[in-house]
Write a protein that binds this ligand. Structure first.
Ligand SMILES: [Zn+2]
Length: 299
């Protein structure tokens, strides 16, 4: 998830020295570049299209992305989730709270992943500091201007997140919502991985121009945020996402965008806001098929 820029107020983190998109950044949820390391087996049944016996078997990879059964799996359920008192001022506190979030998300997404004929992979949350990335071998080489990134290896998804931003926050209420949004986005990538979208979407990149490939990347990133928002919307009571917190959340999702980056790989603020706010209301991945959306919706 890319850092998001904030044109105004809130936590000023300018001194962190991280390549932050202009302006004093506010914490951020946003899409993160998702460096895919070792492509590993996908827990998905790839649709096979057998033509005639004499023809080679054609595997239509893109079908698994564009027409994934996740889109018709129904709404994200409300799950029982006992959130501990957040203590986001230490790395241990961030990890403890983050692990509870991940557990809640795993239970919420499991039935939908199953309906998509896939098996939910396990996932691990790993903190790192952009100031000392070498200290955490599992999260080395973090993307520039990112607060977190997702990759998978073997049959496990890894969510690496930069603790610096959160530890430096001066508004714990905002920090909390920001952290929840970040984890929800990264977990969105884990859902994409579990149902096969993340491993098959490369096929959509094939033969495309650089601009065309960036568009595919934006579709992937906007979808991750969309899925995260569907979870948060379904479980908004648990997260007390109303009043001030909801205003913070709306502020955050409308300040995530490529306007704060040199690379057009995550989508505009306007489109990020569009996909997330819509999914927050629908609570369903049915409204997250960014892969069939018109280009203007993923610009
Ligand atoms: Zn992302």
């Amino acid at each position: 998830m890319r850092r998001f820029g904030a044109a105004a107020l809130l936590v000023v983190l300018a001194a962190t020295g991280c390549a932050r998109p202009e302006l004093a950044a506010v914490p951020t949820p946003s899409g993160t570049p998702t460096p895919l390391k070792t492509p590993s087996p996908t827990p998905l049944r790839t649709p096979l299209k057998v033509t005639t016996p004499s023809d080679p078997i054609t595997i239509d990879m893109t079908t698994g992305v564009v027409h994934n059964k996740l889109y018709t799996a129904g709404r994200v359920p409300v799950v029982r989730c006992a959130l501990p008192r957040p203590r986001l001022t230490t790395t241990a506190g961030l990890v403890a709270y983050g692990n509870v979030l991940v557990d809640c998300m795993s239970r919420a997404w499991a039935p939908l992943v199953e309906k998509a004929d896939a098996v939910q992979a396990s996932v691990e949350l790993i903190p790192y500091s952009a100031r000392r990335p070498k200290a955490t071998p599992a999260c080395t080489d973090p993307p520039v201007s990112a607060d977190a990134f997702y990759y998978f290896g073997g049959f496990t998804g890894k969510i690496c997140f930069d603790t610096d931003l959160y530890l430096d926050s001066q508004d714990q209420e905002f920090n909390l919502v920001n952290f929840e949004q970040l984890i929800a986005h990264e977990y969105g990538h884990h859902v994409q991985y579990s149902v096969g979208i993340l491993t098959l979407y490369d096929e959509l990149m094939r033969g495309k121009s650089a601009a065309g490939q960036l568009e595919v990347m934006r579709r992937k990133e906007l979808q991750a945020s969309c899925l995260g928002a569907a979870f948060l919307g379904a479980n908004k009571r648990t997260f007390a996402l109303s009043g001030t917190r909801l205003r913070y959340w709306r502020y955050i999702v409308s300040h995530v965008g490529d306007e704060y980056s040199k690379v057009r790989d995550h989508g505009s603020r306007k489109n990020h806001s569009y996909w997330t706010t819509r999914a927050f209301t629908s609570t369903s991945p049915a409204t997250c098929n960014t892969f069939t959306a018109p280009a203007a919706r993923v610009s």
